[in-house]
Design a protein around this ligand. Structure first.
Ligand SMILES: CC(=O)SCCNC(=O)CCNC(=O)[C@H](O)C(C)(C)COP(=O)(O)OP(=O)(O)OC[C@H]1O[C@@H](n2cnc3c(N)ncnc32)[C@H](O)[C@@H]1OP(=O)(O)O
Length: 133
């Protein structure tokens, strides 16, 4: 007999860091939102979290395991969740998930995820140590 128990609805992992609305200006020729726009929102959110942890300027040094899972449509609310998963000597790795609320109020779906690595920078743009804690 098949178990008909519904799967529990997946929940975003991490802290809600950024919410924004997908606008017509961000579309590709097919009318969906550009992946680059979504990536950019994730970079902004991750940079805020990493900059807070580093207590200063950071730069993105790597984006790994980027997965575009579902398209984003005009009118969706994009919500970006960040989770600091590793702090190295100068680097901070942040697992980032982007979810949408379809047409502002509809169902919630995970659309993209990736592991971003940021490096703390000094005033000369060189890597600097991130303090413990
Ligand atoms: C090209 C663009 O405009 S991209 C947009 C914005 N980003 C930038 O401008 C960053 C451009 N890059 C840089 O300026 C340099 O790579 C810097 C200053 C960030 C780092 O330079 P370096 O000091 O030579 O890097 P270094 O090899 O020592 O690595 C620094 C840290 O980053 C980590 N790192 C470097 N490359 C990667 C990578 N591909 N993936 C994961 N972590 C990495 C290292 O492991 C190290 O971490 P740790 O100190 O915690 O152990």
């Amino acid at each position: 007999m098949t178990d008909k128990t519904p799967e529990p609805e997946a929940e975003p992992e991490g802290e809600l860091t950024l919410r924004t609305l997908a606008m017509p200006a961000d579309t590709n020729t097919a009318g969906d939102i550009f992946g680059g726009w979504v990536l950019s929102q994730m970079d902004i959110a991750g940079g805020m979290v990493a900059g807070e942890r580093a207590q200063g300027r950071v730069a993105t040094v790597a984006v790994d395991a980027m997965k575009f899972i579902r398209p984003v449509k005009v009118g969706d609310v994009l919500c970006v969740y960040c989770d600091v998963v590793r702090v190295g000597r100068t680097s901070i790795a942040v697992e980032i998930e982007a979810w949408v609320k379809r047409d502002r109020i509809g169902s919630r779906e995970k659309v993209t995820e990736a592991l971003f690595t940021f490096v703390a920078l000094d005033a000369d743009g060189k890597a600097r140590e991130v303090s413990a804690s």
